[in-house]
Write a protein that binds this ligand. Structure first.
Ligand code: GDP
Length: 178
């Protein structure tokens, strides 16, 4: 038996950390260095097949991925953007440590609207730093993130590293908790 479950999820993170690029990599299977954002909120749709969720044979999670685009990225996040989101990918850029320091603020913002929502962190652009630096940043991310965080992944929208995995994990956890 297979059922389809629709879930809204959001992308949060400072400007330029790679939120839109991660979606493009996951949904369109591509990466663009010259990505030009348009304006407003963009909602991308992607189905993820999940196995063995709550003893069900198959669940198709229909992800509705909300992303801010263009100038709305600077205006701050409206509550309607976050409302009804079962989960969030909080994205930081490993080449800019200040974006990692801001993770806890993003966690607070998201959980103030969705106290039971699923939170996963993406430390993105790992293609830009060496292993040693990365290990340190992962440690910092773990210590700044609270127990509300389900997992921390190191991703690259450029190479595709762990991009499918992180969306899959979020989809699985949102469906499991439903
Ligand atoms: P957003 O503002 O968080 O949506 O960030 P964007 O997705 O628009 O990306 C900002 C810039 O970072 C763009 O020039 C992307 O090409 C670049 N970028 C995004 N992800 C990666 C990555 O994993 N590695 C590298 N090297 N660049 C990335």
């Amino acid at each position: 038996m297979s059922v389809t479950i629709s879930k809204k999820m959001c992308m949060i993170g400072d400007f330029g950390v790679g939120k839109t690029s991660l979606i493009r990599r996951f949904v369109d299977r591509q990466f663009s260095d010259q990505y030009l954002s348009t304006v407003g909120v963009k909602i991308s749709r992607k189905s993820v097949e999940l196995e063995d969720v709550k003893q069900r044979e198959n669940v198709t999670a229909q992800l509705l991925i909300w992303d801010l685009e263009g100038h709305t990225k600077f205006k701050g996040i409206a509550p309607t953007y976050l409302q009804g989101a079962s989960g969030v990918l909080i994205v930081a850029d490993v080449s800019r440590s200040e974006t990692i320091e801001r993770i806890s603020e993003h966690i607070q913002l998201y959980s103030s609207v969705n106290p039971k929502g699923v939170i996963i962190i993406a430390l993105n652009k790992v293609d830009l730093v060496d292993e040693e630096k990365l290990a340190l940043l992962v440690e910092i991310a773990h210590s700044t993130s609270q127990d509300k965080v389900v997992a921390v992944y190191t991703t690259s929208a450029k190479t595709g590293k762990d991009v499918d995995e992180i969306f899959h994990k979020l989809a699985y956890t949102m469906v499991e908790q439903a």
